[in-house]
Design a protein around this ligand. Structure first.
Ligand SMILES: *Cc1c(COP(=O)(O)O)cnc(C)c1O
Length: 864
């Protein structure tokens, strides 16, 4: 008989073992080796049997075993020390506490989080990144509250059909069997978050609290009995369903998320967030809820509330792939935010305007969550330097009159959390040989002195662990596909712990080109079977459930890897998740990545490999374009200028094979008398010493604190001071400037010293501007100057603000200044008027600019 309900009965621990519960309920265990050791020693066999899930461990451990432990003095001493260590970790001042004027709290919103394999609430890079962000923030003492959804079926787990087709299973999760507690009111009743829906319906959610080290994480869960059946399903699975379902998830995440934070702060006395970080467009509705709060609670107008909210909001965009940008039919959003469900304080036409693609090339029928995210955030960033540039191109339409370089989208390159991804053996080696790196992330150059034999011993060990685990996974996968034991004896010596091992694991959208390596199957075979320098490849990846094309790619790989001739050298391991990811990035010698440049916004798995002493072999995209230096791995040449995708794949695949044959395999198998690959180890040391400090999530979080959270908090405070006088003033000013702008004009430009200029001379520029109804204090008149290209466009110009030099009659104003001619060669300049306000961090904010009509013979650069 099938059970109609399932739930988890929690163990009652004997009194002396109570601190175990405290340890289990803080996810710090997921990156803390001593805590994991302690859990293992509760019952080593059971620990493995429950997949190293401490909640299940405590749920299933025999009472006799617990009684024995409760009397075991040595175990109790360790338990006590470990619990004490956690308390110290949670309360001692850390990096952030030494900073002044930092925000008291930052709210971080993300639709998915990859914290631990036991919490399958992530689909790929975005979630893993969010998890690593929280963990690094915790390590640094950054006061973040995280908000997400609790998906009852998480993301799917993957298996294969007999003919290699991806099958999806959504195992149900019981929150009571996870390291979560329910957020309750002081009187004990569970907190209810409510979001209004059309037709007088309401979406309700309870709130689960996870603890990620110092970071409280609030997860909203709509599976509550007081919801109607449809509403109960809203948080059923990650990115499930389309249209309405997804919109409801995002309303709950954004609007409900802000309400959950308010409840949490009210109940616990935690400081209210000063900064809100929107991790990708999915969470963007949080801005609407904050506007509503300000209108309802402080009597601001919509435009004033918008200024107050956006000053303290940071938006991070994560993909240049159009399919990755969240867009809804405009009328769907109108239906949910309008009609009887319209909040009079948040008029639906304002909502629609925020997400409208009302720029050239935009689609007027859609509501774009990324566009709304950017309009609701004063600070926006991409996730690598290249992705920043691509995003400025992609979203430049929102800042109409400005050059791409001035589009206010910056970048913070992603990073990875060392404690989560670095193998323990690597940590131990580092702690022995270069302790300053482990203790304080300093002295990375010390890695260059570590003895090659020691590094090679650890690398061999990790490779072997991967091989052993891969064989087990392979057998398991074939059994599921219906193979008999007798057919599986080959798996016992599939892969070889001494063969050059290349890892290739990723989600399977088409731009990641899972099957690029198979374009020339004969050549691939030859690589794998080379008698002197063989290569083995371990592959993993999930296709989105609706992506038939991706599933076909997986099937192609699986078919190839099933061939008797090569199956010991190339394997596909199903169900890529954090546990498999960790195994791969630790055990592989080479991490391969061949996306279609520039569609990989950053990529992080290669960073994890680098920290473990793996070398990257990748297209120059995302982070690799930024930090590849010619000695830390290999760059696959990209043919991204090519019009034919076929031809491009062909060229890039050929280059990939060539690199592996001529360079990667040669270096790996080039051994000295002691059997060590000297040159290879040189590259490994160089990789860790130079990339180590850059690829860390702690570097990333510090960049966010210094470049985004801190300035956003300052802006938000300026807007909120004196009863929101700043926000009121800025909103009124923007309205006035927008109205007056059509009349602003540059009437006259005159430069002296243009005839035979020499380096070191100065160019005197005089300008007359008609400001119409505006005052000189409302604008900046600027000269853009510098090198010009063949089309007279200014290349990376510098800007000089001219001084107002008196009235010129009829509301006109004279401006003057001197431009230094600091370098020889082709030089040009242009003049523009832009709105200027002390509360605005960048000139481009309003997208308004006035230019002179370019007169004959004058170089006016590329200024539009
Ligand atoms: C690191 C990681 C990712 C993201 O890696 P990319 O380099 O962006 O492909 C995805 N899934 C898992 C399980 C990971 O560990």
């Amino acid at each position: 008989m099938k059970a109609i309900r399932r739930f988890t009965v929690r163990t009652v621990l004997p009194e002396p073992l109570r601190p175990l519960e405290e340890l289990v309920l803080n996810l710090r265990w997921s990156w803390h080796h001593e805590t994991l050791d302690l859990f293992r020693d509760v019952d080593p066999a059971l620990w493995e049997a429950v997949g190293r899930d401490p909640v299940r461990l405590l749920g299933e451990v025999a009472p006799e075993r617990l009684a024995r432990l409760a009397a075991d003095r040595r175990f109790l001493r360790r338990l006590h020390d470990t619990a004490e260590d956690l308390r110290e970790y949670l309360t001692a001042p850390r990096w952030y506490q030494a900073r002044g004027a930092a925000p008291a709290c930052v709210a971080y919103f993300s639709p998915e989080y990859g914290i631990a394999a036991a919490l399958p609430q992530y689909s790929g890079g975005l979630g893993i990144l969010a998890g690593d962000h929280l963990k690094a923030a915790s390590d640094l003492g950054v006061p973040i509250i995280a908000v997400g959804l609790l998906y009852r079926h998480g993301y799917f787990s993957q298996s294969l059909s007999p003919d290699g087709w991806q099958l999806e299973r959504y195992p149900p999760l019981d929150p009571n069997g996870l390291p979560l507690t329910l957020l309750r009111e002081p009187d004990g009743t569970p907190v209810r978050v409510r979001v209004g829906l059309p037709k007088d319906r309401e979406l309700r959610a309870q709130v689960w609290l996870a603890r990620v080290g110092r970071v409280p994480q609030l997860l909203l869960d709509s599976d509550v009995e007081d919801n109607d059946p449809e509403a109960r399903e809203v948080t059923d699975r990650l990115y499930g369903g389309g249209g309405d379902h997804r919109l409801l998830q995002e309303m709950l995440l954004g609007i409900g998320g802000v309400r959950a934070i308010r409840a949490y702060c009210r109940i616990t006395g935690h400081a209210e967030p000063e900064v809100f970080h929107t991790n990708e467009g999915h969470a963007g509705f949080l801005g609407l809820e904050r506007i509503r709060e300000l209108v309802t609670g402080h009597g601001l107008g919509f435009g004033e509330a918008l200024e107050a909210a956006r000053a303290g909001t940071v938006f991070t965009t994560h993909t240049p792939v159009p399919a990755g940008i969240d867009r809804f039919p405009r009328e769907l959003v109108a239906r949910y935010f309008g009609g009887a469900n319209e909040d009079p304080d948040v008029p639906v036409e304002h909502v629609l305007a925020l997400g409208a693609e009302d720029y050239p090339g935009g689609d007027r029928t859609v509501f774009n969550m990324a566009v709304m995210g950017m309009r609701l955030a004063q600070r926006v960033n991409g996730v690598s330097a290249l992705h920043g540039r691509v995003s400025r191109e992609m979203f430049g339409g929102l800042w109409g009159g400005f050059d791409t370089a001035e589009v206010p989208i910056g970048s913070v390159t992603n990073g990875v959390h060392a404690g989560t991804w670095v193998a323990r053996e690597v940590f131990d080696l580092a702690a022995r040989e270069v302790p300053s790196v482990v203790e304080s992330s300093r002295g990375w150059e010390g890695v260059l002195e570590v003895e090659g034999g020691e590094i090679w011993r650890v690398r061999r060990l990790l490779r072997e662990r991967l091989v052993v685990d891969a064989r087990r996974r392979l057998r398991e996968a074939w059994r599921r596909r219906g193979a008999s034991e007798a057919e599986l004896s080959w798996t016992e010596d599939a892969l070889d712990p001494d063969v050059l091992t290349i890892g290739f694991a990723r989600r399977v959208p088409s731009y990641k080109r899972l099957t690029l390596m198979m374009r020339d199957e004969r050549r691939l075979r030859a690589l794998l079977l080379d008698p002197d320098r063989p290569v083995q490849i371990v592959i993993a990846g999930k296709a989105h459930p609706a992506d038939e094309g991706g599933k076909r790619l997986i099937q192609d790989i699986v078919r190839f890897a099933g061939d008797e001739e090569v199956r010991h050298r190339i394997v596909f391991l199903p169900d890529y998740d954090m546990a498999l990811g960790r195994l791969l990035v630790q055990g592989c010698d080479v991490w391969m990545n061949n996306p279609l440049r520039p569609l990989e916004a950053c990529g992080t798995s290669g960073m994890k490999a680098a920290l473990n002493g793996g070398l990257n072999l990748s297209i120059l995209d995302g982070w690799w374009e930024e930090w590849y230096d010619g000695r830390n791995g290999w760059a696959i040449p990209s043919a991204d200028g090519l019009a034919s995708p076929e031809r491009r794949d062909e060229l890039e695949a050929a280059a990939l094979h060539g690199l592996i044959e001529d360079q990667v395999a040669v270096a790996f198998y080039d051994r000295d008398a002691a059997g060590l690959p000297r040159r290879w180890l040189e590259m490994v040391r160089h990789t860790i010493a130079t990339l180590g400090p850059k690829v860390l999530a702690s570097r990333m979080v510090r960049d966010y604190v210094e470049g985004y959270y801190g300035p956003a908090a300052a802006s938000a405070r300026a807007m909120a001071a004196d009863g929101f006088a700043g926000a009121r003033g800025l909103a009124a000013w923007k309205r006035r400037v927008r109205e007056a702008w059509p009349r602003v004009a540059v009437e006259h430009v005159e430069g002296s010293g243009e005839e035979s200029p020499q380096v070191g001379a100065r160019l005197a520029v005089r300008v007359v501007v008609d400001l119409g109804a505006l005052d000189p204090g409302d604008v900046a008149v600027e000269v853009a100057y510098g090198r010009v290209d063949d089309t007279d466009a200014l290349v990376e110009p510098s800007y000089l603000e001219l001084e107002a030099a008196g009235p010129a009659g009829d509301g006109r104003v004279r401006y003057a200044g001197e431009v230094p001619l600091a370098r020889s060669g082709a030089f040009g300049y242009g003049v523009r008027v832009v709105p200027s306000h002390p509360a605005l961090p960048v000139r481009a904010e309003l997208g308004l600019v006035a230019l002179p009509p370019a007169p004959e013979g004058m170089t006016n650069g590329d200024l539009r």
